[in-house]
Design a protein around this ligand. Structure first.
Ligand code: SF4
Length: 370
């Protein structure tokens, strides 16, 4: 079933509560480069009006986004996460240079996947999304440490979440996104797709995204966009994002060419992330800061084997607070371990949590525009 959100919202984006507003349409032949900050290490060029998907979403979606902002801002966890990050698989078809997964694998470290790379059990996934839909989750993202299109039942996963009226999101490197799979995902009810595509230039892309073909992946994305257009799915959000080169020189030109490339395909939003410095300890820079991590109050991350925690950067599982094989999501969300973690942040003692103490997010959040 395709997600029921089809009718445009009267008044467009005015009440979305989403950070930033779409910029005016760029003059022909140019590409906008004024980015809106979306996170401590990430900026985005918003969709121009003709590509904006928000007017096609119902009021209930806008309410969900307002609640997302409120929970983070007021440090209110409610009784259940608003959003589930489920990792269909910890396997990947590529070995990208900037990816933490590659970094850990090259060092032979296994904390990120103690059972070895593998797929999430469909029964575990089903019980999580069914519980989520029943108790107040509004969306699910099918991605964490691996490439979701490798899961043999990825279409069933999307279909199930969509049938439960959840917004269904996915990050993908798009290298395996055949035209058939694109149509399948759209028919199954995928509502948001985020393409990770790391350069507008073929040589650089293939240097960074080891194992992927620039032309092939771009043609996959083009086919997805064409299928979405043919099916009239204006509510489906599309975004392409890249990690910026480490050398700041020339970044503006890269950004301009990147925006131009994806706007020519009709992709709504384009984003730019700063490269992660793996292994760097931010504790000296975090010293003296007051920081409350908003994600502790709105989303939960579930590893493919059921381990659950609060953080997308916790590759080494230092913050894991529960196990979906033994507990429900609600039990984990309301557990003393989770409460203790939130309490440390709210009381101004995030530095007492070793993983948070060395994390880049507090410092970069305080540092202003990345
Ligand atoms: S490690 Fe960083 S991102 Fe994760 S919960 Fe702690 S402060 Fe937040």
């Amino acid at each position: 079933m395709i997600h029921p959100a089809k009718s445009p919202v009267p008044g467009g984006d005015q009440a979305s509560g989403l950070p930033g507003e779409p910029p005016p349409a760029p003059p022909a032949g140019t590409a906008p480069t004024s980015a809106v900050r979306r996170g401590p290490t990430y900026c985005e060029i918003p969709a121009p009006p003709e590509l904006d998907w928000r007017p096609f979403r119902p009021e209930s979606y806008l309410e969900y986004r307002r609640e997302w902002d409120r929970r983070g801002g007021e440090a209110d966890a409610g009784g259940f996460p608003l959003h589930l990050d489920m990792d269909p698989t910890s396997r990947c078809n590529l070995r990208c240079r900037m990816c933490p997964r590659t970094w850990y694998m090259e060092r032979g470290e296994t904390a990120w996947a103690p059972l070895g790379p593998g797929d999430m059990d469909m029964g575990l996934y089903r019980s999580a999304v069914e519980e989520g839909a029943r108790l107040g989750a509004r969306s699910v993202k099918l991605n964490f440490l691996g490439e979701p299109l490798l899961h043999p039942r990825i279409l069933d996963m999307v279909r199930l979440a969509s049938s439960l009226d959840l917004w269904v999101m996915m990050n993908t490197n798009a290298a395996l996104l055949t035209p058939d799979l694109s149509r399948g995902l759209l028919r199954a009810g995928l509502t948001d797709i985020f393409f990770s595509f790391d350069s507008p230039y073929p040589e650089e892309y293939e240097r960074v995204r080891l194992g992927a073909s620039y032309e092939k992946t771009l043609s996959n994305i083009r086919a997805f966009m064409e299928a979405k257009g043919r099916m009239g799915l204006g509510h489906v959000q599309t975004r392409a994002s890249m990690v910026l080169p480490e050398d700041p020189e020339g970044r503006e030109e890269v950004k301009r060419d990147y925006v131009r490339l994806f706007r020519s395909l009709g992709v709504a939003e384009v984003g730019f992330g700063l490269p992660t410095v793996m292994g760097r300890d931010y504790a000296p820079l975090n010293e003296g800061l007051r920081f409350v991590c908003p994600d502790l109050f709105r989303r939960i991350f579930v590893f493919r084997d059921g381990a659950a925690g609060p953080c997308c950067g916790d590759w080494e599982r230092r913050l894991v607070v529960g196990d979906l094989g033994k507990q429900t999501i609600g039990e984990i969300w309301r557990s003393p371990e989770y409460a203790e973690l939130r309490g440390r942040h709210v009381s101004g003692s995030f530095m007492d949590v070793p993983a948070c103490r060395s994390c880049s997010v507090p410092y970069l959040s305080a540092a202003g525009d990345p």
